[in-house]
Design a protein around this ligand. Structure first.
Ligand code: PAF
Length: 281
């Protein structure tokens, strides 16, 4: 596995890889952008990228611009050596590991999240968060120019906004959504789960069980969004709830679940940790 920290060096390396295969076409590149602290969720993105592409690039970059003042940037879990091992064992071809100065200068050009979709749900409680996400993902996609880039469905709003950016800015990469990976008890994997105490971890299970309750209502043909949200709020008990929403794939509110076009999303705080989860129906 090649480890590269300079964007220009990575561009040159990938150009060389394409020239080395000796025909006019180019190698397909699968790209998995991450902020490190890799877990099985990231491994499933890498696995998908390996299945679908000839070359796999993973980036590890703790992007400061997507954290608001007072958020967990300084205490975000860092596991550089373990992450490198995971990438190597997962068959990653190139690990892009830039420093902040490699990605950002001063007096920066930045992207703005769209006024509606970028400022609801997580964007409502973290107003500049998605500007930072879109800006860094745009930079990373321009450096790697992948055929396909892989994002987890757990961060559904991020996935939606990145797909919208790629479409609206006429970019060439295909965005591939990948299913959420869960612990055997239902907890969705997240790098932030390490913040949970054992008591909080038990409380956190209410999130996935509220989604299971919603899914079982839909299974019984109860499709009314208000009823579903009411039941979910009941299952979440006394957790601090940021939102429980029934939306279509364009992130518009739905009065009724539409099978094949619905995401039910929930965000809560357990202790000091924000937890997001969702199901796609
Ligand atoms: O989902 C993440 O880990 C980050 O938001 C991403 C997409 C790597 C951008 O920093």
């Amino acid at each position: 596995m090649k480890i590269i920290s300079s964007p220009l060096e990575l561009k040159e390396y990938l150009k060389g890889e394409n020239n080395s295969i000796g025909f006019q076409g180019s190698k397909s590149i699968g790209f998995v952008p991450t902020m490190g602290a890799l877990h099985q969720g990231h491994i499933s993105l890498i696995k998908k990228a390996k299945e679908q592409n000839e070359l796999v690039v993973v980036s590890i970059f703790l992007n400061p611009t997507q954290f608001l003042k007072g958020e967990d940037l300084d205490k975000y879990p860092k596991k550089d050596e373990a992450d490198k091992k995971i990438c190597k064992l997962s068959g990653v071809d190139v690990l892009f590991f830039p420093h902040v100065e490699d990605i950002y200068g001063t007096d920066e050009v930045t992207l703005s999240a769209p006024n509606v979709r970028g400022y609801v749900l997580e964007g409502n409680s973290r107003p500049s968060h998605f500007n930072g996400v879109l800006t860094v993902v745009m930079k990373l996609l321009n450096i790697v120019t992948p055929t396909r880039a892989y994002f987890g469905k757990k961060d559904a709003q991020q996935l939606n906004l990145i797909s919208l950016m790629v479409k609206q800015l006429f970019m060439n990469t295909q965005i591939v959504p990948v299913d959420t990976v869960r612990e055997s008890d239902g907890l969705a994997l997240s790098s932030r789960n390490v913040y949970l105490s054992s008591k909080e971890r038990v409380e956190a299970l209410k999130v996935s069980s509220s989604l299971r309750a919603a899914s079982s209502m839909v299974g019984k043909n109860i499709l009314d969004s208000k009823e579903i949200v009411k039941e979910m709020r009941k299952s979440l008990g006394d957790l601090e709830i940021f939102y429980v929403e029934v939306l279509n794939l364009d992130f518009e509110q739905l009065l009724h679940v539409e099978i094949g076009n619905t995401i039910i999303l929930v965000e809560v705080r357990v202790g000091t940790t924000r937890l997001l989860d969702n199901i796609w129906l």
